[in-house]
Design a protein around this ligand. Structure first.
Ligand SMILES: [Zn+2]
Ligand SMILES: [Zn+2]
Length: 694
């Protein structure tokens, strides 16, 4: 069963009651959450029930060796995450045999987080779990809990591979929430190509956070990046410090604001959660709802700096305010980008619309292959097992045998290597071991960053902020897996830029679109972080572009692309239109808008545009999935192309700038320094593409 209702509607209670009664019957419960913080929060709730027979324990990366042995032997309610299930519990299933045998229920909490490639991995991990349970003779009930999503039953079936019933009626009492859409003003500052800049959403959020905290309003600010969480907290504290000096406000006011994010050490995170729950902290800046496990009650206001990606997460974040039935405030603060611009001008795209479906693709062969290896290493695979892993399993298995990863014998498929099969599946899509961020002068470990993100966030010269302290990266050593940093206080932020090459491997689907053609297919993408820009912290003003020397990364993935024939572009070129700049501008804006239709993050996708692509021989604009094997985003773009490209055109047209700015056609991660770009050209190109469409 899946329960898909709003925040604080009593979802936990609906599984806690049957779970506890199962425990009293001598059965066991497995509770899965995407984050450690949420598990810690659930554990607290379970301990408060004060049921002597209930032996609940978390089992995650922070659990010590001695504790692990105790959990395996004695716990009857185990709280863990998909990573631990994948790496430890399933591969060492024999050590847990008593637990599997008695397993009555698997609770999958906050399951809307399992989307895209990560969701596809979790779907396969749950299939491996079902197979292990069957081997030990148990057949647990799967109970999923989610924020509202459209067609939750379909999603739950894709995630678990089981037929699922859905519960969607929410009758919990709620106060009224005042919802504000906030567009920061254009400033006098000029960015790339002389474009006007809006005041950054983070700067506006920091001001609002300081004002609300000063008024004793308990406020949570959701920001997009870890770095922004740090800088919002830092700026709000500075504003409160100014206030304290000039008034009789309590001197400890600045200390009541903090940043919270994953990547901090466990004890730091727990400390912050405690302080916010007790009211010691009044303002907290955090990266997203899933990183935050706090069961916050009595929250008065929520600030959302930048569109969080989906209506589902918007309502989930806004739902943190106004618990216990009291009224609340939620503010969505637009960032300087095309999608946010579009939304604050089109409230109808947010309100009174159903939330989006959760996209995942368990059949992605790049995901399925490694899990079939892991499953074979757990217990050799038999023909009967194929049903559990889906229709494409047979073909993928043949490939694994051909590659020498599995051996086929009369009874089935075997993993015969000495290596750990689970190392093949990188379920968070991180690609390799994390990079450690170490302070040079003291040797102190500040935190970790996954390898692909290291290219963009801790490259040599990057500004890295930790717990309000600012560091400069002296050197990123990818081979050693270390970024050496030293304390510093630069008045700028840094932004990595990459260049991309793309080649078409195969067009799988295509159809005419206006005077052009739309395609969906597989591509090979080569991406390389080539430089970083520095922007003044308070204004986003551009200060310079520094080259970087980092290795390229290649991925095979899926893309959606459109082409226009010479007969359609030639008249435009005769009018003096810069075709390359027009295509480039349309590409940037369309990448900005795709998340509205494909439930992805702008950073999950990338694009390439060219006046003449060698593989198509035509003017071509590509938008691709940024994950090996694809994640379903480009496919959604193909399916919703007309709506998507129409919204792209409207976003460009509705921006009041003259020749293009970050709110419409400029992209912060453009490896070509946002050159060339042609705003009017992009509008005309899209008009031709959408001209004869129904
Ligand atoms: Zn603009
Ligand atoms: Zn670009």
């Amino acid at each position: 069963m899946i329960i898909a209702t709003g925040t604080a509607s009593g979802k936990s209670l609906s599984y806690l009651v049957p779970a506890v009664s199962s425990v009293l019957d001598g059965r066991t419960i497995l509770y899965l959450t995407p984050t450690k913080a949420l598990a810690a929060d659930q554990l607290r709730a379970l301990e408060e029930l004060d049921v002597p027979e209930l032996r609940a324990a978390t089992f995650d990366g922070d659990t010590s060796f001695e504790e692990r042995a105790w959990v395996r032997k004695h716990a009857n309610y185990v709280l863990t995450n998909p990573d631990m299930l994948h790496r430890t519990m399933l591969p060492r299933h024999a050590q847990w045999s008593a637990f599997w045998r008695r397993l009555a229920m698997v609770v999958v909490d906050e399951c809307h987080g399992y989307r895209g490639v990560f969701g596809s991995h979790v779907a396969q991990i749950l299939r491996r779990l079902r197979r292990i349970c069957a081997r030990y003779g148990s057949n647990p009930v799967f109970l999923l809990s989610s924020a509202t999503a459209s067609e939750p039953g379909t999603f739950a079936t894709r995630l678990t591979g089981l037929q699922m019933a859905e519960v969607t009626t929410d009758a919990s009492p709620r106060g009224a929430t005042t919802f504000a859409l906030w567009e920061p003003p254009l400033t006098d500052l000029r960015g790339e190509g002389g474009a006007p800049l809006r005041r950054p959403a983070a700067a506006e959020s920091a001001d609002l956070l300081a004002d609300l905290v000063a008024a004793d309003v308990r406020t949570l600010a959701f920001v997009r990046s870890r770095r922004a969480a740090e800088s919002v907290a830092l700026t709000a504290r500075a504003r409160l410090q100014d206030l304290v000096i000039g008034s009789d406000a309590p001197v400890d006011l600045p200390d009541r604001v903090a940043a919270y994010r994953a990547g901090y050490l466990a004890e730091d995170r727990r400390g912050l959660e405690r302080a916010f729950r007790s009211g010691g902290l009044l303002g907290l800046a955090t990266t997203n709802a899933l990183e935050l496990g706090v069961d916050v009650s009595g929250l008065d206001a929520v600030l959302i700096a930048g569109w969080p990606g989906t209506r589902a997460s918007l309502w989930q974040q806004a739902g943190r305010a106004g618990r216990a039935g009291q009224d609340a405030l939620a503010v969505l603060i637009a960032r300087d980008d095309p999608l946010d611009t579009y939304l604050v001008h089109h409230p109808e795209a947010l309100f009174g619309r159903p939330v989006e479906a959760i996209v995942l693709d368990p059949a992605n062969p790049y995901v399925l292959g490694p899990h079939l290896c892991a499953a074979a290493a757990e217990i050799p695979l038999t023909h009967d097992d194929l049903e559990i892993f889906g229709q494409s399993a047979k073909e993928v298995l043949a490939g694994l045998v051909a590659d020498g990863l599995l051996r086929e014998r009369a009874t089935g498929w075997f993993w015969t290597s000495r290596e750990r099969a689970t190392d093949l599946a990188d379920i968070r899509g991180a690609g390799g071991p994390p990079v450690q961020v170490v302070e040079m002068s003291t040797g102190r470990l500040l935190g970790t960053v996954d390898e692909p993100s290291a290219h963009t966030s801790v490259h040599t010269g990057a500004v890295y902020v930790h717990q309000g302290e600012t560091f400069l990266v002296a050197e990123l050593d990818l081979e050693a897996g270390v970024a050496l940093v030293e304390a510093g206080a630069p008045d700028y932020t840094t932004f990595a830029r990459d260049v991309t090459d793309i080649s078409v491997l195969e067009s799988l689907h295509s159809h005419p679109l206006g005077r052009g053609e739309l395609h969906f297919g597989s591509v090979e993408v080569t991406r390389q972080v080539v430089s970083y820009i520095r922007r003044r912290a308070q204004s986003s003003e551009l200060m310079g572009d520094e080259p970087l020397d980092l290795p390229p990364r290649t991925l095979r993935t899926r893309a959606v692309w459109w082409t226009l024939p010479a007969s359609a572009t030639a008249p435009l070129a005769q009018d003096g239109l810069d075709l390359g700049g027009a295509a480039h501008a349309a590409e940037h804006a369309s990448i900005g808008l795709l998340p509205l239709f494909a439930t992805c993050d702008r950073w999950d996708i990338g694009g390439v545009s060219t006046e003449l692509h060698p593989d198509t021989g035509l003017l071509t604009v590509f938008v691709y999935d940024g994950h090996e094997g694809g994640a379903g985003f480009a496919e959604r773009g193909y399916a919703r192309a007309l709506d998507w490209l129409t919204a792209t055109r409207e976003a460009i047209a509705s921006c009041e700038c003259e020749r293009g700015c970050p709110s419409c056609i400029q992209s912060p991660k453009c490896g070509n320094g946002n050159e060339p770009l042609d705003k009017t050209g992009a509008l005309r190109l899209l008009a031709v593409l959408l001209s004869d469409s129904p």
